[in-house]
Write a protein that binds this ligand. Structure first.
Ligand code: ADP
Length: 250
């Protein structure tokens, strides 16, 4: 689904991504692990269009998507989750979801004059979709809560929910488990597995919690020093001597 070829991202003289080549199979939940500073987040940001690569290529199927901006990748179904922006923290969880599609008629001034009925219908449909997403994620009770006031794990679920408001094909999740309690982490894991099996989402997941990775990810790719070091099941990766060395060396 995604093929990364000899990708480099340099910050000045520092090579954060240093010749990474890897493939993400369609329908997989691929785990991306590696010691701090291995270049995982930078790689995510280059694939998702947040950063331009220094050199190398990213393909989606046969299409060269290297360096496309995030909004173009968004329309191709390539999504990277982001923390709920501070400005949106006073809006309700439902409203945060309703904003995602972003091209509703109501946003165009002309339509506010000529198409009130259409806007009302669109808004009703969006609201129903948002409520369906909240239910899928088992957080329907938070619909009217302000996004800034829900727990860290619930925010992560909401970030995942934002990808469900559009037709995502591949979703990049950066440290879903950071600061999240075990129960909510399991709920997040369940949601990812269901989105994968029921809706065909492909996922790439950066996470330090190996129990979480082991439960939902196959394959697992280990990065070190800006490139892929090893790929396999979590057990294979854990037994790989180069991987052990890379972790011990940090
Ligand atoms: P990981 O996610 O594996 O911990 P990162 O991709 O966050 O690794 O970072 C890889 C390296 O690149 C780190 O040493 C980090 O300090 C450096 N780095 C990341 N972003 C920048 C930046 N914008 N400017 C300079 N150095 C950066």
């Amino acid at each position: 689904m995604i093929r990364v070829e000899n990708l480099h991202k340099h910050f000045g003289g520092f090579h954060a991504v240093d010749g990474a080549s890897l493939e993400i199979a369609p329908g997989s939940i691929t785990g991306l692990i590696g010691p701090n500073g291995a270049g995982k987040t930078t790689l995510f940001n280059v694939i998702a269009g947040v950063l331009k690569p220094t050199s190398g290529h990213v393909f989606m199927g046969d299409e060269n998507i290297t360096g496309l901006p995030p909004h173009e990748l968004f329309h191709k179904g390539v999504l990277r989750t982001f923390q709920i922006a501070h400005e949106f923290s006073t809006m309700s969880c439902r409203e945060n979801l309703m904003m995602v599609p972003g091209d509703q008629s109501g946003e165009r001034l002309w339509n506010t004059w000529v198409g009130r009925k259409r806007i009302a219908n669109e808004e009703r449909a969006l609201r129903a979709k948002a409520d369906e997403v909240l239910e899928f994620l088992t957080i329907e009770h938070l619909a009217d809560h302000k996004a800034g006031q829900v727990s860290g794990g619930q925010k992560k679920l909401l970030e995942l929910g934002r990808t469900m408001m559009v037709d995502a094909k591949i979703v990049f999740l950066d440290e879903v488990g950071a600061g999240v309690n075990r129960t909510l982490l399991n709920t997040i894991g369940d949601a990812i597995l269901r989105l994968n099996t029921e809706r065909g989402y492909t996922f790439v997941v950066i996470e330090h919690d190996m129990d979480f990775i082991g439960r939902i990810c196959d394959p697992v790719i280990c990065m070190a020093e800006g490139k892929k070091l090893a790929e396999g099941t979590l057990d294979e990766i854990k037994a790989n001597e180069q991987v052990i060395e890379a972790y011990l060396g940090t």
